[in-house]
Write a new protein. Structure first.
Length: 149
C-alpha cells in the first residue's frame, strides 16, 4: 500500500484557505445587513442656486431656464484680440552681443522672445515696438519687430 500524497502542511493550507473564504463571506453578509442603502433616492444629490450640494431637490419657483446654445464648451476664441492689428510692446531686455531679447506686450503683459533675425529696425531696451507673433519651439516668438516713432 502506498503512502497518501497529502502531507500535513497541504492539509493545513487547505484549511486556512477554506477558513479565509468563509470569513470573507461572513464579512460580505454583515456589510449587506448593516448598509442603510435605500435605493436611488438616498444616493441622489442636488445643487442649490449657490452651487452647494444638498440632499433635497431645488424649489421649482427658483428654477432658471438656460438656452443650451448659450453654453460654450472649451477655450474661447481669441478673434477679438487678433482683429486689433499687430500687438504693441516695450523691449524689456535686449542683449546686443548675443542678439536676442524679450518684449513685454502692453495689453496682456506677457513676455515674448525675439531674435536679431526677426528685427526690422534697430532696437534698444525700453523702446516701444510693434511685432507679430509666431510659434517657436519653446512658445510664442516675436518677429517683424518695428520701432514705433
Amino acid at each position: 500500500m502506498g503512502k497518501s500524497q497529502e502531507t500535513y502542511s497541504k492539509k493545513e493550507k487547505e484549511k486556512k484557505r477554506l477558513k479565509k473564504r468563509q470569513d470573507k463571506l461572513l464579512k460580505k453578509e454583515e456589510r449587506k445587513e448593516s448598509s442603510t442603502g435605500g435605493g436611488l433616492e438616498n444616493m441622489m444629490a442636488y445643487l442649490d442656486e449657490n452651487g452647494n450640494i444638498v440632499d433635497s431637490p431645488p424649489e421649482i419657483t427658483k428654477k432658471v431656464e438656460i438656452d443650451p446654445e448659450d453654453i460654450v464648451l472649451g477655450v474661447p476664441t481669441r478673434e477679438a484680440e487678433e482683429d486689433m492689428g499687430d500687438p504693441e510692446g516695450k523691449v524689456a531686455f535686449y542683449n546686443d552681443s548675443k542678439g536676442y531679447g524679450f518684449i513685454k506686450d502692453l495689453r496682456t503683459q506677457e513676455s515674448y522672445f525675439f531674435h536679431v533675425n526677426g528685427l526690422i529696425d534697430e532696437v534698444r531696451e525700453n523702446d516701444k515696438v510693434t511685432f507679430t507673433l509666431e510659434r517657436g519651439p519653446k512658445g510664442m516668438n516675436a518677429v517683424k519687430v518695428k520701432l514705433i516713432p
